[in-house]
Design a protein around this ligand. Structure first.
Ligand code: ADP
Length: 959
């Protein structure tokens, strides 16, 4: 059907006519042929029946009289008929009576009764059953005729003759051929007529199609199709012409609308042009307003930079002087005042930094500085940093880091630290009792790309549900009254949120009022391959450790750490349970090797528990490791009696705990730091070098001079860039501290000049450290571009200065002044100060105690008094082991003991004593015992003076 659909109407019409006429002709030809066949055959058979009846009649006498001869004659007469091929006569018993055949194929001599003599195997009908002659057809071309022979109403025989139908078939075939020829002729005629007549029907359709094509192409809707017939096509043409008329009318209406629209557009365009002119004016005004806003923004940034500079400069004086003041001998009241000045100044500085950060974020200028850092160290540093304030409030602080936490990442460690310090600081600030914990987990790792989640949880006052969504907005505080109770600017969380988002993450909080808050944030960091750490498992594996801590979080942390190191361990929640565990383990024959115990526990504290353990002879070999809070005191007597293997300050760094446990087991060659009676933070730091300070502010000059003196540097001061260049022409310096903003010649120009001179003379490059009170973005780059090596933002602490000097100046032994060094500052125009001989004469150089004094906290026992007690308490045992080593001629034991004594003596300013120990140490290292006895004598004779001086200092500070 699809194929037909693709034909043209002309082809379809011809096909239609031909198929209809063809079918009609064919049907009539076939009908006529069938009729002809039927009538010819019927006439023929009728003839045969009549002939047979007549012949049967003539044979009556011959049969009756059994006259075969007469019968044969009649048959011979019959056989002249061309269409009869054989004739046979049978008697009443159907036995052959006579027969004649013209066809050689017929065997007329067959004589079986009841069977045809003319056709093989054909049974003869009983003559009595035949009422008249009957014809039977044998195949297409022959027929056989039977007729009863009757005489006097009695059947006496049967006549059979066989007829050839070929002439009949031939005449029918002839008729069929003639019919076919007529059929073909009619078909040809029909084709011809349909082909010539289709034009009559199709011509108007073609005319219509051509007109439609023309109208579609030319859009000439005024054209009309001429009508040539009154038939359906004529009606179609009428309707089509009517439709064209409609379209023409619509076109006219549309053209009217278009003209109207054009008129309206013109009118609107005119209006728009007018308002455009107005807009341009507004845009110009807006541009002027934007320029003014940008100017204002620049002015704001400049103002912030200036304000930062202006506030930081006096702050440097306040903080520096307060730090120095705290290092002098003050009575308790004065010390408290000094401490208040320092904490207030630090708080003020924190606020200034927050405002600066906030304005940077607002101006879209906050950028991250990424570098490789150690995530575990950073988290442990933050916990350590926050520990003191937490412990001061009696809050447990826990840092939960999974043992397999990767360490090496690339990210902005400074900003991450800022966020952590802010969240931990808030948690501590808003918690009165209970605990604050930091948990870290790697939540996703795809190649180098890691997402690390931090959770800070506290048990503090909590935040009301309706306030929670607002706390990340700037200047927002959950409850105005908390501001009065706890202080704060409401900027910390807003800044943290922005920083976390800059680091590719997000922050959220949940809280229940009165139960506590949880802050969670995730950031994306790039993980970098780290060197496989030495596997600690071997060394601690096999040890059995009992953890005693009332705080569940701390127990959980220790539990994870020990599990990570494959250490068998159990936990007890208080002293009594611990004692029970120890006894039970003894009874089982699986005693513990070590107890890690908390200092602060309800009912029985760590010291009490340790004493009880020591009193029980069953636990004689048990090692005890004490975990205490910052500032907790363990009486020297208790310490000695209990013999702790190590005392660690919470939160404990994983590496420190691991080292302490190894040391306690005797696995570490070098004892852990915790065993040193002098905490590392208070060991005196000294540098060898001559430092030039270029600084116009007298207070800041004073601060820097004193700090540098405290670090044993020789100092010269220049009041501006010109004076600094003059000083550099006269004297060789090891380092310059260069203020950036100075009258006459600023730090940038002075540095340029110094670098120019170096290039001309080919001299060595002098380290120049920028001192600036500006903390705005780009300051560091400006300093480095000007040729400075590093950057120290004011206000700075002594430790920060020392950290910076350590990168550029060689270290000196504390208490030992290099020959060229002078501790007195040289002001421009003043003669260089004479060396301070007093230090050599006095048994104690008081300046060496600055560092320890700086650690003092209000309301706490002086760390200096504590260090002196430890030193004096340990002296008899240590000097005894030195004596023994000298007596035994054991050079190695001698230098090791002398080394420890040298370091602790120098820390306490016992300069001469330290020098004597140093001599013993170098002799021991060289393997010579030559002067050992004499040196030991000198030490023992000098010690009483040192002891007396230290006792008097102790008395003054222990008060
Ligand atoms: P602030 O300097 O005032 O602490 P933040 O932006 O750090 O400013 O915090 C905003 C407010 O959110 C706080 O004033 C306090 O009301 C609330 N808040 C923050 N952290 C906690 C917390 N851990 N527990 C209870 N309230 C908190």
């Amino acid at each position: 059907m699809k194929v037909i659909n693709a034909f043209s109407i002309k082809s379809k019409m011809i096909a239609l006519v031909l198929s209809v006429s063809g079918a009609a002709l064919l049907l009539s030809a076939l009908t006529s042929l069938a009729y002809q066949t039927y009538t010819a055959s019927a006439a023929k058979f009728n003839d045969y029946e009549i002939d047979a009846a007549i012949v049967a009649q003539t044979l009556t006498a011959a049969i009756t009289f059994e006259d075969a001869h007469a019968a044969n004659e009649i048959l011979a007469a019959l056989s002249v008929r061309p269409d009869l091929v054989g004739v046979a006569i049978y008697d009443r018993n159907l036995e052959l009576f006579a027969a004649q055949a013209t066809d050689a194929g017929i065997n007329a001599d067959s004589s079986t009764a009841g069977v045809s003599a003319l056709t093989d195997g054909v049974a003869l009908p009983r003559p009595t059953d035949l009422k008249a002659a009957t014809v039977r057809r044998l195949g297409l071309n022959q027929a056989v005729v039977f007729a009863p022979i009757v005489h006097g109403g009695e059947v006496i025989g049967l006549l059979e003759f066989r007829a050839d139908l070929a002439p009949l078939v031939a005449s029918i075939e002839q008729y069929a051929i003639i019919t076919a020829v007529i059929l073909v002729l009619c078909f040809v005629l029909a084709s011809f007529l349909s082909a010539s007549l289709q034009g009559v029907v199709l011509r108007p359709i073609h005319t219509l199609t051509d007109t439609i094509r023309f109208i579609a192409r030319e859009k000439a809707y005024s054209t009309r199709v001429s009508k040539t017939s009154a038939d359906e096509i004529g009606t179609l043409i009428d309707h089509f012409n009517g439709m064209l008329g409609e379209i023409e009318k619509r076109d006219a209406v549309l053209a009217g609308h278009r003209d109207e629209l054009e008129r309206q557009v013109e009118a609107r365009t005119a209006e728009l042009q007018a308002s455009n002119a107005g807009l341009e004016q507004v845009v110009a005004e807006l541009g002027r307003a934007r320029d003014a806003a940008e100017d204002a923004s620049r002015a704001k940034s400049q103002f912030l930079a200036n304000m930062s500079h202006e506030i930081r400069t006096p702050m440097n004086g306040v903080l520096g002087m307060a730090e120095l003041l705290a290092g002098t001998s003050l009575n308790e009241r004065q010390r408290r005042f000094t401490q208040t000045i320092r904490t207030s100044a630090e708080a003020l500085l924190a606020i200034i930094n927050d405002i600066l950060d906030f304005s940077k974020i607002e101006a879209g200028k906050m950028e991250l500085n990424t570098a490789a850092f150690d995530l575990r160290d950073l988290c442990e540093d933050v916990s350590e940093f926050c520990a003191e304030s937490a412990h001061r409030k009696g809050i447990e602080l826990a840092c939960w880091l999974p043992p397999d936490l990767p360490r090496a990442y690339v990210g902005d460690a400074v900003r991450l630290r800022q966020v952590l310090v802010n969240l931990m600081g808030n948690a501590i600030k808003f918690t009165a009792a209970g605990e604050v914990s930091l948990r870290v987990a790697v939540v996703r790792e795809e190649g180098e790309d890691s997402t690390v989640a931090f959770t800070i949880r506290d048990t503090g006052i909590g935040i009301a549900a309706k306030q929670l969504p607002k706390i990340f907005e700037s200047f927002r505080q959950a409850d105005g009254s908390t501001t009065r109770r706890f202080g704060g600017t409401g900027l910390g969380l807003a800044i943290s949120k922005q920083l976390v988002e800059l680091m590719g993450g997000g922050i959220e909080a949940e809280s229940i009022v009165g139960r506590g808050s949880t802050f969670r944030f995730k950031i994306r960091l790039r993980k970098i391959a780290e060197n496989a750490a030495a596997n600690p498992v071997q060394s601690l594996a096999g040890t059995r450790i009992l953890i005693v801590d009332d705080n569940a979080t701390n127990r959980e942390i220790l539990d994870h750490q020990l599990t990570g190191w494959q250490v068998k361990h159990e936990s007890a929640i208080d002293g009594l349970q611990a004692l029970a565990c120890l006894s039970a383990a003894e009874c089982r024959g699986q005693p513990f090797g070590m107890v890690v115990l908390d200092h602060h526990m309800p009912r029985m504290d760590g010291i009490e528990l340790a004493k009880r353990i020591r009193q029980d002879p069953r636990h004689a070999g048990l090692r005890l490791v004490m975990l205490s809070s910052v500032g907790d005191q363990i009486e020297a007597g208790d310490h000695a009696r209990i013999a702790f293997s190590a005392c660690l300050t919470k939160p404990v760094r994983q590496s420190a705990l691991y080292n302490a446990l190894l040391a306690a087991l005797g696995e570490l060659a070098e004892p852990a730091d915790a065993e040193d009676p002098v905490p590392p933070a208070v060991r005196a730091v000294a540098f060898a070098g001559h430092v030039l300070i270029a600084e116009d502010n007298v207070v800041n000059q004073e601060v820097a001079v004193h700090m540098l003196e405290g670090l044993h540097c020789r100092v010269t001061v220049a009041g501006n860039g010109v004076e600094a260049l003059a000083a550099l022409s006269r004297t060789v310096f090891d380092l310059v501290l260069m203020d950036c903003q100075m009258p006459e010649l600023d730090g940038f120009a002075a540095t340029n000049e110094i670098r120019r001179r170096e290039r001309n003379s080919g001299g060595r490059r002098l380290p120049i450290l920028a001192l600036t009170a500006n903390a705005m973005e780009g300051d560091r780059e400006r300093c480095l571009d000007a040729g400075m090596d590093d950057y120290l933002s004011k206000p700075f602490t002594r430790d920060r200065l020392a950290e910076m000097l350590a990168r550029y100046l060689p270290r000196a032994e504390p208490g030992e002044q290099p020959a060229s060094s002078s501790v007195a500052a040289t002001r421009p125009g003043e003669a260089s100060g004479a060396a301070d001989d007093e230090a050599d004469a006095a048994p104690i150089d008081l300046r060496a105690l600055d560092g320890i004094l700086a650690l003092r906290r209000p309301g706490r026992t002086s760390p200096l008094a504590k260090v002196i007690s430890l030193y004096l308490a340990g002296w008899p045992a240590q000097i005894e082991s030195l004596r023994r080593a000298v007596g035994d001629g054991d050079a190695e034991a001698m230098w090791k003991t002398a080394h420890a004594l040298k370091s602790s003596s120098a820390t306490l300013g016992a300069v001469r004593l330290a020098a004597l120990f140093k001599q013993v140490e170098s002799n021991g290292r060289a393997g010579t015992m030559a002067d050992a006895g004499a040196l030991l004598g000198a030490i023992e004779s000098h010690f009483p003076a040192v002891e007396a001086a230290l006792l008097s200092i102790h008395k003054e500070h222990a008060a």
